[in-house]
Write a protein that binds this ligand. Structure first.
Ligand code: HEC
Ligand code: HEC
Length: 262
């Protein structure tokens, strides 16, 4: 399993696309009010304020690269059928929009509010159905999560989730900033070089376990070192304890020698 996965990562990297996850037929994929009779995706937009907002944001921030109807261009891949999870992942992690093409857009602060993101997701959905829906996650079993994480994710993201460099300067990013939904989306979508894990490979229960375990990993890094030492964690605490101990020893030695000198 990991061998295949690493093989994927090592292969040549076509910029715009990755193997689209097998689109499980998703009944409610296009949820705009576009009725059967309406001729195109934009006609419904004016009727529904959310759709209109989404269409407007899309035309201003995305169409220059992905095409006005998501058909793609030389600057960006087609978005027809990528699915809500992919769009939500790209926007909520701040990867999109980018100003100019980049091999691997980084996790940033999102450019849009949650509401705007929802509107854009709906609009991109109107280009055509298919692709994974935004997954839901519930608290899962941490022990299972740890096992699954070590078996399926750690090879790229490292056992502690700090990430690692893959081939050709691509990185598997740190999972420090990933919300449970973003973890679930990444798992189902397989962004960039990451393979997708559809429900036939990782069940909903396993997904819950994984997402919970990643939060646990994040929590560990945030909590264990105490607030001011932050993410440096227990090692730093140990160092500081050691440092304080050393100072105490020196003081005691001085006090002793000053008494000896009396
Ligand atoms: C400057 C050009 C550019 C702009 C502007 C841009 N994108 Fe992209 N987008 C790209 C490129 C290039 C990729 C492929 C990145 C990669 O390979 O990791 C991409 C990838 C994506 C993907 C993943 C597609 C897939 O196959 O999984 C989504 C979804 C997406 N963009 C949505 C958007 C949305 C929504 C906007 C507007 C808010 C936007 N993008 C703005 C260039 C752009
Ligand atoms: C083959 C290596 C590989 C494996 C295995 C892998 N990932 Fe990834 N992962 C990546 C890469 C590469 C990216 C960055 C994608 C991009 O460029 O947008 C990524 C991105 C992510 C992100 C987004 C983080 C961010 O910066 O917003 C999450 C969350 C994530 N992976 C979780 C997982 C989980 C959970 C597993 C195990 C089920 C896993 N990954 C397995 C390579 C991998």
């Amino acid at each position: 399993m990991i061998a295949t996965v690493l093989g994927l990562a090592a292969g040549p990297v076509p910029l715009p696309g990755h193997a689209a996850p097998a689109p499980t037929p998703t009944p409610g994929a296009t949820q705009t009010s576009a009725g059967a009779a309406s001729p195109g995706p934009t006609s419904a937009a004016s009727a529904d304020p959310v759709a209109a907002r989404g269409a407007d944001l899309y035309l201003r921030s995305c169409a220059s690269c992905h095409g006005p109807a998501g058909q793609g261009s030389q600057r960006g891949p087609a978005l027809v059928g990528v699915g809500p999870a992919s769009v939500d992942f790209q926007l909520s992690t701040g990867r999109m929009p980018i100003e100019k093409e980049a091999a691997q857009p980084p996790h940033r602060r999102p450019a849009f509010s949650a509401e705007e993101i929802r509107a854009i997701v709906v609009h991109v959905g109107s280009f055509g159905g298919g692709g994974p829906e935004i997954p839901s996650v519930a608290p899962g079993d941490l022990r299972d999560g740890r096992e699954l994480y070590l078996a399926t994710c750690a090879a790229c993201h490292s056992a502690t989730g700090i990430g690692a460099t893959l081939t050709n300067g691509f990185v598997a990013p740190s999972l420090d900033r990933s919300s449970p939904i973003q973890v679930a989306e990444a798992v189902r979508v397989g962004p960039g070089l990451m393979p997708a894990f559809p429900e036939s490979v990782l069940s909903q229960e396993q997904l819950n376990a994984l997402a919970s375990y990643v939060q646990e990993l994040r929590g560990d890094k945030l909590d264990e070192g105490g607030a001011p030492l932050g993410r440096l964690g227990p090692t730093t605490e140990g160092l500081v304890a050691w440092g304080i101990g050393l100072v105490l020893l020196v003081l005691v030695a001085r006090w002793l020698s000053s008494r000896a000198g009396e």
